[in-house]
Every structure is written in C-alpha cells, then in structure tokens.
Design a protein around this ligand. Structure first.
Ligand code: NAI
Ligand code: MG
Length: 462
C-alpha cells in the first residue's frame, strides 16, 4: 500500500526527527501493508509551531475564502473516493461496500457541509449595544481513533478550518494511511502552509505530547474514556478548551406497540455495522417481557444472516477484548444465542456476530462498551422500568425508540439522558449535533453546533 515516509508539516512532507516506525496491518490477513513514521515530541513541537505561525493569516481570511478552500477540499476528497474506500478497507478491514457508502461518502458530505457553513455562518452578531465577534479559538489538536478514521478527522478539521483555526492532526496508529490521503487532499485544496499538519504517531508519545503542548488552544479527542479522562484533566489544569467524544452503551428501546420485526432487524444491523466498532451503536436492546422470546428469536435469525458479511475487528487487542467480554457475559449468566467465544477463523481478527439474551442491567455486558459485534437483549416490565434501564449506565451518546405512534416514541425519547435518539428508524443526519450526555463526552460535533466549538466570542460595546 502506498504510504508517505514523512509527516505533513508546514505545507510539505518532511522526514520525522524520530526514527521509530509504525507497522500498518491488514486485519483480514494480518500482513504488514505499509510503514509510517511514529513521530516523537520534537516532531509534534515542530507541527504545533507551524500551526501557530500560520494562525494569524488564516484567522484573518474572509469566511468566503475559507469556504472556497473547504469546497476544494471536498472536491479533492470526492476525486479520491475510491482510493479512500480501498485504503480504509486495507487498514481497518471493513467490507469495500461499507467503505464506499460510509467511510468515504460521509466525510465528503461533512466537508461539503462545512464549506456551506463557512459561507453562511454569522461570525458577527448584534446584542443590544454590543457587536459580538465569533473568532477562531486558535491552534487545534485533533486526536482521532481508527473506527471511522476519515470521518473523525473531517468532523474535527473541517469545522476548525471553517472557524479560522489551524490544526495538528494525530490519527490512530491503526489507520494512518487514510489520514495521509486527507493531508494530500488538503494540500491539493490549496490550504496555506501550516494551516493543517499531520503527525502520525503513538498515543502515549505523539498523542500525549500534542495534548500537553502549551501552543495548543483546544484539544479535540475521540476515543476511549480512559484516555479522554487524562486529556480532560491535562487540559483543565492548563485552562485549555477540550472536546471529548468518548464511548457509549446506547439503548434501543422497543415499546410494546412497535413493529417488532422491523425494530429488531434494524437494531441488529445497527450493532453489526462496522463490526460493532461504533461509539453510538445500540448495543442494548430493551424489549417488553411479553414479546421478549419473539424478539430474541428474531435477533438470532438476523445475526446468523450476517455471518460472513461483517469484517474483522481492527487489531488483535480489540479481538481479544471483545471475546473476553462475550466470555464474561456467559460467566455472569447471559445466554449465548448467536455467535461464539471463539474466533470464527484461523487468520484475521474476526469475531462472529453475537447475541446475548437474558442480560440483566447490572451485568458487565450491559454496562461497559464492548466495541464489537455483540448485542445484549434485556427485558423490561413496563415503561418506567425501560426508562430506568435505558438511563442506567455512565454513558449517554445515542439511542433509539420504536413505537406504533411517533408521539409515543418522542415522549419516551424526551426522558432519555442521551445526545441523540433515532425515532422509529430515523436516518443519520450529518448536520445534527452529535455528542454525549454524562461520561460519553463534552462538546458537540457536526453542523453549526460543531462549528461553534471552534469559536470564542469577543464583545464590542458601543
Ligand atoms: P484510544 O483511546 O487508546 O485511542 C484513540 C486515540 O487516542 C488514538 O489516536 C491514540 O493514539 C490516542 N491516544 C492513546 N493514548 C493516548 C494518550 N495517552 N494521550 C494522547 N492520545 C492518546 O483507544 P483504543 O485503545 O484504540 O480503543 C480502546 C477502546 O476505546 C475501544 O474498545 C472502545 O471502547 C473505545 N473507543 C471509542 C471510540 C469512539 O468512537 N468513541 C473510538 C476508539 C476507541
Ligand atoms: Mg490504545
């Protein structure tokens, strides 16, 4: 696989000062497909300096000029759509159809949405005798995960650029190649040198150096709660703004009046998508006790159909972690109705689509994020019980409610402690704010709400 042997710094690909390298592995056959630099603290420092130097010029550009560069970025990504899909398939292992439809198409749409928002956003408003200026917050550090590797970069970089911020991106170790493609597209789009910089590297080295760097004004992180907690504490101590998009344990609440077959089938598809490596996945299905057995049977059938159609997990560590959770679920009394505690293939980091029934709210598999193709089906007695279970985790990222009547579903959704709820299978909206209640995070991404995260206000009184 094609890879740059440098980091993208101040408008050019340059050799890293660190000699360390990261092996990029195809999770389907476990072969090394490329090597990229594992940058060190000095490389990170050079990237932050480049972003600082570029900041005054970029912050002063007219929003229309930033919109033009973002349109060019969108077009450059669109011209590479197939290459993006093939690259994500190679380094993440997702089936090519999913890579095309989601990993390539969604970030192109999001980049386009910020080209429009940069042009239309009110960067100035009048409040009584004040003019309020919405100014860029400064240098942004973006630390991103591997599960939606291009989407998560674009969801940070596009609003940051639209706001007039400059940025240093540190992508996940497992998926640096699509990040390099993104930097190439940004270069082609004509972003001035230093406005966007890409430093591939390891989390505890390059990631930590970036999060701690005094030249960074805002750290935007997506990943595990454990790392997010540390980044939040470091940023707090430095009085620096932080955005955290962490885990989830979202509830799919099927009310008694719902179309059960549809709710279960869409619910299983939601969990198996991207092999379960989705922070907003509806990993807990809540079904009324009277329809519970029927729902479990539908889920078992649906999961069995996925058999060979889901890709592997990203790496051996995630595979072991997910299999460990399945074992723990069985040990704590859950019933394995689909899937297995063993990997389905000799080679590759595969886990079978798994359904656990008789899961109770206090079980580990009902509380912790598994991040694999594992659905837990829980039973509830009545609506109050369903609400208690739905809200009974430390997380609150997403969720779903199904009911015969839309108003009934909405009434339930209003009482859920979570950032997004899909009503009767509502479609993903790339302009709707995305982010967590409780320990699922701080801040919102996407659309106008995502843009304001990268702005700070200055009030002029007249
Ligand atoms: P991770 O949190 O270690 O990795 C995410 C990013 O943080 C990567 O770019 C990594 O290099 C960086 N990082 C790691 N340690 C760091 C540090 N000390 N300072 C600064 N940056 C650091 O996540 P990991 O280990 O890949 O996955 C573990 C679990 O995290 C998953 O099973 C899942 O539960 C959760 N996760 C959630 C994601 C989400 O979308 N919210 C995405 C990825 C993982
Ligand atoms: Mg890690």
């Amino acid at each position: 696989m094609k890879a740059h042997d440098g980091i993208y710094l101040d408008g050019a690909w340059r050799p890293a000062l660190s000699r360390d390298l990261i092996d990029v592995v195809d999770p389907v056959d476990e072969q090394v497909i490329a090597r990229v630099p594992a940058a060190g603290p000095d490389d990170v420092d050079a990237a932050v300096r480049a972003a600082r130097t570029a900041l005054p010029g970029w912050a002063a550009t007219a929003p229309a000029e930033r919109a033009a560069r973002l349109t060019a970025l969108r077009d450059a990504l669109a011209a590479r759509q197939e290459e993006i899909a093939e690259t994500v398939t190679a380094e993440l292992g997702s089936p090519i159809g999913f890579s095309r439809a989601v990993h390539a198409a969604v970030p192109i749409a999001v980049a386009g949405s910020y080209a429009e928002l940069a042009a239309s956003h009110g960067f100035e408003e009048t409040v009584g005798n004040s003019t309020v200026l919405h100014e860029p917050i400064g240098v942004v550090a973006a630390i991103t995960p591997w599960n939606y590797p291009l989407h998560q970069i674009v969801a940070k970089a596009a609003p940051a650029l639209a706001a007039g911020c400059t940025i240093v991106v540190k992508p996940a170790e497992d998926t640096p190649l699509v990040a390099q493609l993104f930097a190439e597209a940004a270069h082609e789009a004509g972003l001035p040198a230093g406005v966007l910089n890409l430093v591939t590297g390891r989390g505890p080295v390059a990631g930590q150096a970036l999060a701690e760097h005094p030249g960074v004004d805002l750290v935007s992180f997506t990943g595990s709660t454990a790392v997010g907690r540390v980044i939040g504490a470091t940023a707090g101590a430095a009085v620096k703004k932080v955005a955290l998009e962490l885990g989830g344990k979202s509830a799919n609440v099927i009310l008694p009046s719902a179309d059960l077959a549809r709710a279960v089938n869409v619910g299983v598809a939601n969990v198996m998508s991207n092999s379960g490596q989705t922070c907003s996945a509806w990993t807990r299905m809540l079904v009324h006790r009277d329809r519970y057995d029927e729902a479990v049977e539908l889920a078992r059938t649906a999961a069995a159909k996925y058999g060979d159609r889901i890709g592997p997990l990203v790496n051996a560590k995630q595979q072991a972690r997910v299999l460990g959770y399945i074992e723990k679920g069985v040990a704590e009394g859950a019933r394995l109705v689909a899937g297995s505690t063993e990997p389905p293939r000799e080679r590759g980091y595969f886990v079978s689509p798994t359904v656990l029934a008789d899961v109770t709210p206090e079980m580990t598999v009902a509380q912790e994020e598994i991040f694999g193709p594992v659905l837990s089906v829980l039973r509830y007695d009545d609506e109050e019980d369903a609400l208690r279970i739905a809200n009974g985790t430390v997380y609150g990222l997403a969720g779903a409610v199904w009911a015969g009547d839309e108003a009934e579903a909405v009434a339930f959704a209003r009482r859920m402690d979570t950032g997004q709820v899909d009503i009767n299978g509502g479609r993903f909206n790339p302009l709707a704010p995305f982010g967590g209640y409780k320990q699922s995070g701080v801040g919102r991404e996407l659309g106008a709400h995502g843009l304001t995260e990268y702005l700070q206000t200055k009030s002029l009184q007249f």
